[in-house]
Design a protein around this ligand. Sequence first.
Ligand SMILES: [Zn+2]
Length: 248
Amino acid sequence: MQLALSTWPEVESYLTRSKAIIIPIGSMEQHGPTGLIGTDAICPEVIARVVGDEHEVLIGPTFNVGCAQHHLGFPGTMTLRPSTMIAAIHDWCISLARHGFTQLYWFNGHGGNTATIQAAFAEVYAGRSLETPPAKQPAIRMTSRNWWELPSVMAKCKELHPQGDGMHATASEVAVTYAAYPDQVRTQKLEPRIAPIGGFTDADHYRANFPDGRIGSDPTQATVKAGEQLIEVTANALWADFQRFIAH
Ligand SMILES: [Zn+2]
């Protein structure tokens, strides 16, 4: 079930049996010469949709531009400032809360979003706590999970790509996007095969240190087949984790 493909009476009816929604959140940023710019949004989106279809869970629209200032040295990258993103996530949460959604599970595809998502949650909670007179709306609860950190997913990534999975433009995330869009597979060779590792600050610093955009990865080993396996394993892990979240 997708919010964008539902009518308002269908959402009203959904709310009589569930107050929970999964919202994919990612980024629009370079993923090396062979990875799609939408990778971090595509991964949580396709995995969440599997769960949404199999278990009749409502999947929200993908929050698809995140904190990616450090990738702006590469054409195509888009970013939000952390302050803009906090404000936007806050408004997404409050919009959903108004209708009665009280369990918001943000399913994240970009490590660089994590701190800002937590700051946005703090903003939502503070807004309710500071309300005078005390808030009449029911309390909402939010969580955020990185897809690759769900139980058993990291092990599957390592099993599929024991060497050069990497930290950015990973073989695993590129494989998931190739499984989602098999006509978008890129096949060129990369040099060096495994990219360097290290830290970064701003966009110029990043590009100087990681000239083709990758960090520590060899995404040329990504295949549709590996991506299909990762989608299956991660969708199962997401469903289990989501059930734990809504049970409390
Ligand atoms: Zn990524």
